[in-house]
Write a protein of this length. Structure first.
Length: 453
């Protein structure tokens, strides 16, 4: 049976170029007919992008010119329930709203500065006159607080671009000033049914505080998708069958290898535009270096709840303490009981790894998230930071969250044996007086019970 994924791959391998190489076969046309109506191209022949946890900037026409308005200003951004951060952004958002236009459009962009310091705005990757490039002190004066500047130019290309300051960028970009500038092709050579934009960013926010420290150069402790962390990141809702594009952008200090489960994809674009089909790169992980964008595409032919996350180990967790001692393999038996005589609430951690952090309910500083958090259908997820889910379903009437996926019978891993040398006894590492003969949660603090040693 020829799936849509096989049709996509064989088309590239056989032709490797030309606008007709991605035309649907009769089989894929039938599959495409079942996609929700809202995925069909609109507004001049393109499928509007979705910015999870974000918005698209509205525009109005002035003759033949599309007019946009951006205001640079301090904003409060909820990274996840229980954590609100003092950011800088645009139009009350961080990252700023996504700008969408079409190749050949003439755009006029009014930028007002409501920050406490000067700023500019650079249209990253866009081909335009030098005086519109937005580099403070080089191509224009800095925009002083209270001033409005206007930029106007023709869009001569298409692709995944960005906007960000070029004025005190160490502070302004580190505080969240960035956004997508999506230019759709005037004559698309293929249909994209679902099109998502995800901005990657990293921060240092001292536990118990509200404002990022822009002076930090390497030691970051919060990692975000569109300035949200798991479990605050919105899932990507997709119906089985459509062709999906995910656009990634990165203005942080580090590269981020974004890995997606359940599918193989093709890397199809950068911030310099589309990659020729003959050079498409098959991948399950797309690395996004600083100052770049990357597009990848796949056919969503494998239903389920599929993680998408950064594959740098520390980037899929939340505010961790970097001075935590390495206790892996260290026998701490009896330590907690002795220490609690002097330090109320003390608990030993890390002997057998840090997975227990996913179920902890220990007190935290104000405005601070657990290192790993979020509950799945089978218990704690044990993730944070740059992590979300692609929820792919056979039947969808809309793009609301469909809940957790139910695996068909016979398709889920199962336990087939367990060591039974002696009956296991379970206890709470925080409350050792809690004893149970089976797994569960501590009735006092809610932590998962662990096998008593």
């Amino acid at each position: 049976m020829i799936t849509r994924r096989k049709a996509l791959i064989s088309g590239v391998a056989a032709v490797a170029g030309g606008p007709g190489f991605l035309k649907f076969s009769s089989t894929t046309k039938a599959a495409a007919a079942n996609t929700p109506p809202s995925t069909q191209p609109t507004n001049g022949g393109y499928t509007p992008v979705v910015t999870p946890n974000g918005t698209t900037l509205p525009w109005e026409m002035d003759g033949d010119v599309k007019v946009f308005h951006l205001t640079a200003e301090p904003v409060k951004r909820e990274f996840a329930p229980g954590m609100v951060v003092n950011c800088w952004g645009y139009n009350g958002q961080s990252p700023g709203p996504t700008i969408e236009a079409v190749e050949g459009d003439r755009v006029r962009l009014f930028v007002t500065n409501k920050l406490p310091e000067p700023t500019t705005i650079h249209w990253h990757g866009i081909l335009l006159p030098n005086g519109m490039d937005g580099v403070g002190g080089v191509t224009q004066p800095h925009i002083q607080p209270g001033e409005t500047y206007v930029y106007e130019f023709d869009l001569k290309q298409h692709g995944t671009l960005m906007y960000h300051p070029h004025s005190d960028e160490m502070t302004q970009m580190a505080m969240g000033m960035q956004g997508f500038f999506i230019i759709h092709p005037k004559k698309p050579d293929r249909q994209i049914d679902r099109d998502f934009c995800i901005f990657l960013q990293e921060w240092y926010i001292e536990p118990g505080t509200f404002t990022p420290n822009p002076l930090v150069m390497t030691d970051f402790n919060i990692f975000t998708f569109n300035n949200r962390v798991w479990p605050g990141t919105a899932p990507l809702i997709i119906r089985t069958g459509p062709r999906v594009r995910i656009r990634l952008a990165n203005l942080s200090m580090d590269s981020h290898p974004i890995h997606f489960h359940g599918h193989h994809a093709w890397q199809t674009g950068t911030d310099a535009g589309p990659i020729p089909p003959s050079a498409w790169w098959p991948a399950t992980t797309v690395n996004v270096p600083p100052g770049t964008t990357r597009d990848f595409e796949f056919v969503a032919d494998n239903p389920g709840d599929w993680p998408i996350h950064c594959h740098k180990n520390h980037h899929a967790m939340n505010a961790m303490s970097h001075d935590f001692p390495n206790m892996i393999g260290v026998d701490q038996s009896g330590t907690a009981e002795q220490m609690r005589k002097y330090v109320n609430g003390y608990m030993s951690m890390g002997t057998d790894g840090m997975g227990e952090m996913g179920s902890m309910h220990m007190p935290l500083p104000p405005n601070t998230l657990p290192m790993m958090t979020g509950e799945g259908p089978f218990g704690p997820v044990g993730m944070g930071g740059m992590f979300t889910l692609m929820k792919i379903r056979d039947q969808l009437n809309n793009y609301d969250d469909p809940g957790w996926y139910t695996q068909p019978k016979g398709t889920m891993a199962r336990r087939v044996s367990v060591e039974t040398a002696a009956p296991a006894v379970y206890t709470c590492i925080m409350h050792p007086q809690v004893i149970s003969d089976k797994p569960g949660k501590c009735p006092i603090c809610g932590m998962n019970l662990a096998v008593k040693k």
